[in-house]
Design a protein around this ligand. Sequence first.
Ligand code: SAM
Length: 417
Amino acid sequence: ETLSDEFTSFLDSGIYRLPGIKAVFLDPVRLLNLSYTRYSISASGYYCRTFDSLGKGKRTNIEAGDSYVSKKKKRKRKRRLPEDLNEQELVAEKRHQDVRPFLLKAHESLLGTNELLLFLPNLVKDEKFSFDGRGLEQSFIELGRVWQAPLYEISMNIEGNSKEVQEEGLPNVDSSGRTVAPLFNNLISNKASIDMDAEFLNRTYILPRKSCFHTSDLRQIHDLIPGSSDQGFNLIVIDPPWENGSAYQKAVYPTLPNRYFLYLPIKQLAHTEGALVVLWMTNRTKLRAFVEQELFPAWGVTDIRTYYWLKIKPDGSLLSDLDLIHHKPYEYLLLGYVNKEKIEPHFIQNFQDIQIFISIPGAYSRKPPLGKLLVDHLPGSKPSRCIELFARELVAEWTSWGNEPLCFQDCRYFMER
Ligand code: SAM
């Protein structure tokens, strides 16, 4: 059978525009791989803890907390009737009912796209490589807290691209072509146009071309504020460690009370020509009220839109029942602009209201990369300057900040091309 142009372009881009609705399907592994030249991300690594037996499409600990909700509890939740809901839950239920038809339509469109549907199981495995989940990962969060933190150094191998990097003038290159720098509270970059290996405490990390990262606590985020105002960022993606009720999530990374996020210097990070701010949310109603009434006003974010991330299994079915009260197969994010007065009004108006993206969620509740989906909505001159706050991975040409931005750069998640 012949493949459509859309499918052929998806194989390169990782984005499939679904017919008949403003929705796309995303392949996060393909999207991430656009950042790499010498390595590629392993799909079996990306989905390592997502499904226990892919063939059966059986789900285990897909999202933080999920697997810890017992079947018994789930059944109980399903049976709850609208009249049992409290005020908060009613507001949430109303929102859900409003978006439900769009989500269903997007899902139906996917189910009707046979070439893509049949290809889904291939997205979660590698042709040859098989991810070995054994072995401990480095805890950057723990290391960054000890008194020796300022002494830890990362060593970068610039041998393969020394000419290019030397032109850029990277300091302290030794005779073996390596350069060392403090890991914590320091802006580190790979200025070359190819991937670079870095060594930290006997483990290897892959740094994509032209990427930049800063490993530090929230208190140090001010180090990222650009020296001159025209050096700010045009895209600011934020996935905060929101507090939630899940005990499991608390064990994965520390969370912070809402008021801490009021002090994120979003205005100072934003480019004077304007910035798009993208904020990942959780399904708690109180959180939405906080963001709309306090957080966005404090950051100067206006013209708010909502995007939905609908999660599916490799067999194309929804991750869970669409109508469970406390447990939805989707998450949402709020988007808005800073320095709106510098942006042409029609540019902001063109930004569509309901946008849905569908993907198979990765392990450790990783969010799909959204940069490519948003390029056309970024204000200011090109190339756009992009930053991710609370990042756990690096992206070519982006700056990543958080207390563990190297988390998913461990070479165990990569294969050589
Ligand atoms: N978007 C990421 C992804 O898809 O992998 C997940 C981000 S996760 C929701 C929040 C991150 O914030 C975690 O990596 C956590 O360790 C980090 N974090 C928590 N407290 C922090 C703090 N005080 N300073 C810096 N980062 C912090």
